[in-house]
Design a protein around this ligand. Structure first.
Ligand code: TYD
Length: 207
C-alpha cells in the first residue's frame, strides 16, 4: 500500500488558508488522490469539543492550560483521523498543526519552545508533516484586505503587534526547517497563490 502524505497549512488568521486548502483538495482529487481535509484544533469528535472549549471567547485560560487543550485535541485528531488516513495511503490536508502551537503558545504567549517541542512530540508520537505550506503576508496589508472583504475575525482585537509577532514566529520556524516548510507569498492574487502551492505539492508528490 502507498504511504500517504501529511501536508499542513499554516499562517495567520485571514491569510486565505481555507480558500487555498479547498483549492488544493480539489486539485488532488482531480488527479485521483484520496484526500482528507481536516483542521486543528479539531478534526475528530473529541478534538472538536476541545476546540469549542479552547476557542470559547467567554473563557480566559492561562497559556499552560490552553497549550494542553490544543495538544489533547492534537493527540485525538492524530489517533482517530490522521494516522488511519495515512495508513490507508490518503493525502491529509490539515489547516494548522504543531507549528501553530510553537508560534501562538511559544513566540506569542511566551512558553519555552524546547518545552513545547517536547510536549508536541508526546502528543504526536513524533509524527511530522511531509510538507508545511506557510502563507505569509504583511499583517497590515492582510488586515486591510480582510476589511475590504468585510471579514471580521477573532484576533482583530489583539492588534497589529500581535499579528507581527505571529508572522515573525512563523518565519523563524520556516528558517529553521527549510526542508519541510515552504513560504508562500499570500499577498499575491489568489490564483498566483494557488499556483505556487500546487508547485510545492507537485514537487512533493514526485519525490
Ligand atoms: P481558526 O478559527 O481555525 O483560525 P484560522 O482561521 O486562523 O485558522 O482558529 C484557530 C485558532 O487557534 C487560531 O487563531 C490559532 C489558534 N491555535 C493556537 O493558538 N495553537 C494551536 O496549536 C493551534 C492548532 C491553533
Amino acid at each position: 500500500m502507498n504511504k500517504g502524505y501529511f501536508i499542513t497549512l499554516e499562517g495567520p488568521d485571514g491569510s486565505g488558508k481555507s480558500t487555498q486548502l479547498e483549492h488544493l483538495a480539489n486539485w488532488l482529487a482531480q488527479r485521483g488522490y484520496e484526500v482528507v481535509r481536516t483542521r486543528e484544533p479539531g478534526g475528530s469528535e473529541a478534538a472538536e469539543r476541545l476546540r469549542d472549549l479552547v476557542l470559547d471567547p467567554q473563557l480566559t485560560m492561562d497559556e499552560r492550560t490552553e497549550t494542553l487543550l490544543y495538544l489533547a485535541a492534537r493527540a485525538d485528531h492524530l489517533a482517530k483521523v490522521v494516522r488511519p488516513a495515512l495508513a490507508a495511503g490518503q493525502v491529509v490536508l490539515c489547516d494548522r498543526f504543531s507549528d501553530s502551537t510553537l508560534v501562538y503558545q511559544g513566540f506569542v504567549r511566551g512558553l519555552q519552545l524546547t518545552e513545547l517541542m517536547q510536549l508536541n512530540a508526546f502528543a504526536t508520537g513524533g509524527l511530522e508533516p511531509d510538507l508545511t505550506l506557510l502563507l505569509d503576508g504583511d499583517p497590515e496589508r492582510l488586515a486591510a484586505r480582510r476589511e475590504e472583504r468585510g471579514v471580521t475575525d477573532r484576533f482583530e482585537n489583539e492588534g497589529l503587534a500581535f499579528q507581527i509577532k505571529v508572522r515573525q514566529g512563523f518565519l523563524e520556524l520556516a528558517k529553521a526547517n527549510t526542508q519541510r516548510i515552504r513560504v508562500i507569498d499570500a499577498m499575491q492574487q489568489q490564483e498566483a497563490v494557488s499556483a505556487d502551492l500546487v508547485k510545492e505539492l507537485e514537487a512533493l508528490l514526485k519525490s
